[in-house]
Design a protein around this ligand. Structure first.
Ligand SMILES: [Zn+2]
Ligand SMILES: [Zn+2]
Length: 330
């Protein structure tokens, strides 16, 4: 089953790349970034310095400046998946009399997802400026371990409020900094974490419903054609009963785009669901991704999360974050 191994390797490679990009873009000291840095150092001894310098500039522009490349990539992937869903799955499922509300559900989820994508990328995550820093300085207590009183941001030349962090991509300190997301081209901070969670939830739901409808259609095809009851002749000329691998190969050859898309959305749905669960866990314990990853570096007992206010209080802190008062009119 060479084609299956190749197909799985391709899906794993694509998703591993996406995962590496997500992790690398979020934290400079993460293990993927250190691995990439190590590879870059090794390569610098092999390839000419001009090529190495140019590659470094491209990588820097790609991951450390704001641009729309990943947003376009993300939209292109959605267009491809929804194109295939509309072009093939939707029509075939209608012929097999699948319920229309079920078939329309992915479009509804897409509409909600797009709305929250825009909210996520256009909402100010909580950029700290000279005019609002006094408010943010009062928002949280300093824990004295991860956030030290009196710490200053060299880049912004402002005092750093507790739970804030400077984002090199957005070039600003962000209140309750979670991470910088290249897919929405914005930081995730105090004011857009709630939108980000709904965005993740709907993205995962989109992948799950498309995977479920496509899988249900393919199962129907196999059932109605009695494919599993058939026989085939193997390479040695022996007649064998059709097994699951032969069925998958048959489906892949009959509906190549659909099976490819199904493999892609299944892995994507699994990754997004896990990521959403992680986001939900952080919401319930009142910790940001940045704090969670940084807390792993402290010895056990050296760091305690002092910001939890109970489950309800933690949920409300994200749902109704600290509001910046409007400037007074004269
Ligand atoms: Zn700063
Ligand atoms: Zn940022």
């Amino acid at each position: 089953m060479d084609f299956l191994i190749l197909f799985l390797l391709y899906v794993i490679l694509v998703l591993l790349t996406i995962l590496l990009v997500c992790l690398y873009s979020g934290r400079k000291q993460s293990w993927p970034s250190r691995t990439i840095d190590w590879f870059a150092q090794v390569l610098s001894h092999v390839i000419p310095s001009q090529v190495h310098g140019a590659a470094q500039r491209v990588l820097h522009r790609l991951f450390h400046t704001r641009h729309c490349l990943f947003v376009v990539l993300h939209l292109a992937l959605e267009v491809l998946v929804y194109g295939e869903y509309t072009w093939e799955v939707f029509g075939y499922c209608q012929e097999l009399e699948f319920g229309l509300p079920l078939l329309l559900l992915p479009y509804l989820l897409l509409t909600v997802n797009m709305a929250f994508f825009v909210l996520c990328s256009k909402t100010d995550p909580g950029a700290i400026t000279k005019s609002n820093q006094a408010l943010f300085l009062r928002a949280y207590a300093y824990d004295g371990v991860m956030f030290e009183r009196g710490a200053k941001c060299v880049a912004c030349s402002t005092r750093k409020p507790a739970r804030s962090k400077h984002c090199g991509v957005c070039r600003a300190c962000v209140h309750r900094f979670d991470h910088h997301c290249i897919w929405v081209n914005n930081c995730i901070g105090a004011f857009n974490t709630k939108y980000f969670l709904v965005y993740l939830l709907t993205l995962g739901a989109m992948a799950t419903t498309i995977a479920a409808v496509t899988a249900a259609f393919l199962i129907q095809v196999v059932t109605l054609s009695n494919l599993m009851l058939g026989y085939y002749t193997d390479d040695q000329g022996q007649e064998r009963q059709v097994d699951a691998f032969v069925v998958i190969q048959h489906l892949f050859l009959t509906f190549p785009r659909m099976v490819f898309m199904l493999g892609f959305v299944i892995v994507f749905a699994a990754i997004l669901s896990l990521y959403f669960c992680f986001g939900l866990y952080l919401l319930l314990i009142n910790q940001t991704s940045y704090e969670w990853f940084k807390s792993r570096r402290f010895k056990s007992g050296a760091y305690t999360n002092i910001y939890s206010r109970g489950v309800w209080g933690n949920v409300m802190e994200i749902a109704k974050p600290l509001r910046i008062p409007e400037p007074k009119r004269r």
